[in-house]
Ligand binder design. Structure first.
Ligand SMILES: *Cc1c(COP(=O)(O)O)cnc(C)c1O
Length: 365
């Protein structure tokens, strides 16, 4: 039977997001066991135990629709971060909030300013709205916020900045983010996506939520997917001016976060000890893995996150395939603009040692 539905060119030409390969799939395809997935910046310690328990307890209620806007989670976020409740919006992962913003603001002929070498979902969300993705080169694998501000023109609707950035692991200081907001006209939305903020120890880094009182064109994103270990539940949040949030609500589907995700996230938010433990382990392992990589003569981009962009002496995809055969799943970065680099998520000590050993083997070091 011939399928005759035709998508418009901007959809037809879209390359879908390529996620990290699941463990089960790799093991089935290659006949391996005991593989370790270090490909999606997931939490090696699993979910926050408190979140898990709250989610389990709530399972009996899944025949009931969730609270539409996630009122109780919005209240919890409002208290935790000190922003007003009407300045909070939830997303099915923070990625959905980028899509909601794109849907709400973009029409053909408009453009979005982003870095070349940032989160590939920014480009996809922009192109899906038939708008232009204006990709600005980075400086030292760090967003060039000045160049990004200069690239804004009368057709620019959004500026998208991951801070810290995925996949480079670099960050922009609070002072430079503030300058960006001062430079960008206030009818252009600036999205600061802070998916890894909980991991950052750099003293000159700060969440942009402290700028919400001064900039009505700011949307600050956070997620429960990384430090809180709830990637599979799909729950993220955005903070912005209440009238901006009201616009985003119009472009959101009614029950975009599940009831389980909402209760689990509320419990996770109260589990500060878990996040602290995760961040401290990450910090220790980051120092250890970096020292080991340097010792083996690898160059990598210094990272404030839970992942590292490592340069390899072969094509990224070749290194990926070779590491796969060793049972180590990482992410090749060709598609993100780094043809000779791999992105590896830090794990527990055992997982990281597996990676280091496998990398040494496949590169002959
Ligand atoms: C992981 C990640 C997110 C979070 O995605 P979720 O949709 O919340 O799972 C957002 N932005 C960046 C840059 C990320 O790396």
């Amino acid at each position: 039977m011939k399928m005759k539905i035709e998508a418009p060119p901007h959809i037809k030409n879209l390359t879908p997001y390529v996620p990290g390969k699941p463990v089960q799939e790799v093991e089935r395809e290659l006949g391996l066991t005991n593989t370790v997935k270090m490909a999606s910046n997931e939490n090696p310690f699993g979910p926050s135990p408190k979140a898990l328990e709250a989610g389990r307890r709530f399972l009996d209620n899944v025949h009931i629709y969730p609270e539409g806007s996630g009122l109780y989670l919005c209240q919890a976020l409002s208290r935790h971060y000190g922003v007003a409740q009407d300045q909070v919006i939830l997303g099915n992962g923070s990625v959905e909030l980028i899509e909601i913003a794109a849907k709400a603001l973009l029409v053909p002929g408009t453009n979005v300013v982003m870095s070349h070498g940032s989160f590939t979902m920014y480009r996809i969300a922009t192109l899906a709205m038939n708008a232009e993705a204006r990709e600005i080169p980075m400086a030292n694998r760090t967003h060039d916020l000045e160049a990004m501000a200069k690239a804004v023109d009368s057709k620019t609707k959004m500026v998208l900045v991951a801070n810290p950035n995925n996949p480079t692991g670099t960050y922009n200081s609070a002072a430079t983010v503030e300058k960006l907001l001062e430079a960008v006209p206030d009818d252009v939305l600036v999205v600061i996506d802070e998916a890894y903020k909980e991991f950052v120890k750099a003293p000159d880094y700060r969440s942009a939520d402290c700028l919400l009182g001064r900039h009505s064109n700011l949307l600050v994103l956070g997620t429960f997917a990384k430090a809180y270990g709830l990637a599979g539940l799909r729950v993220g949040y955005g903070f912005g001016h209440k009238e901006l949030i009201a616009i985003l609500h119009k472009a959101r589907s009614p029950f975009n976060t599940s009831s389980i995700a909402q209760v689990a996230a509320i419990a996770a938010l109260e589990d500060g000890d878990f996040v602290k433990m995760v961040a401290e382990s990450n910090d220790r392992e980051m120092k250890r893995v970096c020292a080991a990589l340097s010792g083996m003569g690898f160059s990598f981009t210094p990272s404030v996150t839970n992942f590292l962009l490592v340069d390899v002496p072969m094509a990224s995809s070749e290194c990926y395939r070779k590491l796969l055969m060793e049972g180590v799943i990482i992410r090749p970065m060709e598609g993100w603009g780094f043809p000779n680099s791999i992105r590896v998520t830090l794990f527990t000590k055992e997982g990281n040692d597996r990676f280091l050993k496998a990398l040494a083997k496949v590169t002959g070091r």
